[in-house]
Design a protein around this ligand. Structure first.
Ligand SMILES: [Zn+2]
Length: 117
C-alpha cells in the first residue's frame, strides 16, 4: 500500500517533469522564432536607413540622435519607450483598450500614435 503510494507520487513527479520539459522546449522555440523575426526586422530597418542615408545625405549620427530623442520621450533614456497609461474615451469616458482605432463601448473613432506601446 505504502509502496503503491510512493509509486503514485513518483509517477506524478515524472509527469510534472515531463510537462515542464515540454513547456521549456516550447518557450525555447518561441524565443528562437522571435530572434529570427527581430533579426529580419533589423535587416529591413538597416536597408531602409541605407536608402534614406543615400538619398538624403544623412550621417549615422543623425539616426543615433533621433533614437535618443525617441527613447527620451517617456522621460528616461533607458533603451525603451514605456507603455502609456490607459486613456479614456473622450466621448463616453470608458477606459480605451489598446490597439483599437475606435471605442468598443460607444464606437467613437480614436486617433492614436501609430508607435504607441
Ligand atoms: Zn467611448
Amino acid at each position: 500500500m505504502f509502496h503503491h503510494g510512493t509509486n503514485y507520487v513518483s509517477e506524478s513527479a515524472r509527469s510534472s517533469a515531463s510537462a515542464a520539459k515540454s513547456s521549456a522546449a516550447q518557450a525555447k522555440s518561441q524565443v528562437d522564432y522571435l530572434k529570427t523575426e527581430v533579426e529580419r526586422l533589423l535587416m529591413i530597418t538597416e536597408a531602409l536607413w541605407g536608402f534614406i542615408k543615400e538619398q538624403h545625405d544623412y550621417e549615422d549620427q543623425a539616426l543615433f540622435d533621433k533614437i535618443i530623442e525617441i527613447d527620451a520621450k517617456d522621460g528616461k533614456i533607458d533603451g525603451r519607450v514605456a507603455p502609456k497609461a490607459p486613456t479614456k474615451c473622450p466621448e463616453c469616458t470608458h477606459v480605451l483598450p489598446k490597439k483599437k482605432p475606435f471605442c468598443v463601448y460607444c464606437g467613437a473613432k480614436i486617433t492614436k500614435d501609430c508607435f504607441e506601446r
